[in-house]
Design a protein around this ligand. Sequence first.
Ligand SMILES: Nc1nc2c(ncn2[C@@H]2O[C@H](COP(=O)(O)OP(=O)(O)O)[C@@H](O)[C@H]2O)c(=O)[nH]1
Ligand SMILES: [Mg+2]
Length: 291
Amino acid sequence: MLQGLFRQVSDLFSGTGKVTDDLLDELEEALIASDVSASLSSGIVSLLRDAVREKGLRRPDEVRDLLRAHIAGVLDEHAAPLALDTANPPLFYLVVGVNGTGKTTTIAKLGARFQRHGKKVLLAAADTFRAAAIDQLQVWADRIGAEIVRHHPGGDPAAVVFDSIQAARSRGLGVVIADTAGRQHTHHNLMEELRKVDRVARRELGRAPDETLLVLDATTGQNALAQTRVFRDAIGLTGIVLTKLDGTAKGGTLITLADELGLPVKLIGVGEKLDDLRDFDPQEYAAGMLP
Ligand SMILES: Nc1nc2c(ncn2[C@@H]2O[C@H](COP(=O)(O)OP(=O)(O)O)[C@@H](O)[C@H]2O)c(=O)[nH]1
Ligand SMILES: [Mg+2]
């Protein structure tokens, strides 16, 4: 599934000739073309250059193994598991991100997974900006057998979250997952709205949301970093969900995210269906990128 995410990079190592400086230069370019940031690409290549010099590595496969181990190391350093339990239910997930990245789909996938594991899920339709968004969440809730709290379009998202937490408590539901809007008249309004949602959730829960997940579309490349900074600075994030890795994504984005922002990728989306959600495994990912 993840194979070929790094095609341009892995192709460099397909030859049997010696590793030359030229090859390492090409590698730097290929990393950048695969959405690894320029500074990280240059850091990685100078590290490999040193290793080649000091350890006398000559074979492309040896250098590729080193690169793979390094990438796995960067990803591993910031890895963190999803919060799956709380002493004081409901477990509460806030899901944020710009329009079209896959928030609602990811919420359905996550909800389905919790339900499969015997937890009762309530979806909070806090994307009140468009009627269609509320209806879309309703369709998913019906399909996965989850409950839903919805208000009228244009309603206050924080009120939806408040009602959702109350409803989960009174009905004994273990998990609340809140959908949120990704577009507003102005960016400022959206961030204000999310801050209010976060505040209300904290007050009701008596703690921070158990997860505040930013959903990013892997095909957006370096722009993902800018998006992440905006949401992180506004409400704080516990992790990233990277979607659409089944598409034309190049795979370097999450290495850059881990390296520059220290944020763990917790889940990846690999398709549009309910079971197309995977836990993120750094070793497996690095191996898939550089087969
Ligand atoms: N190929 C693929 N498509 C996805 C994935 N996740 C979401 N989508 C699609 O992306 C589109 C937008 O998803 P949606 O959940 O409505 O995004 P939202 O606006 O952030 O809520 C829909 O067509 C989804 O089916 C994924 O992992 N892979
Ligand atoms: Mg949505």
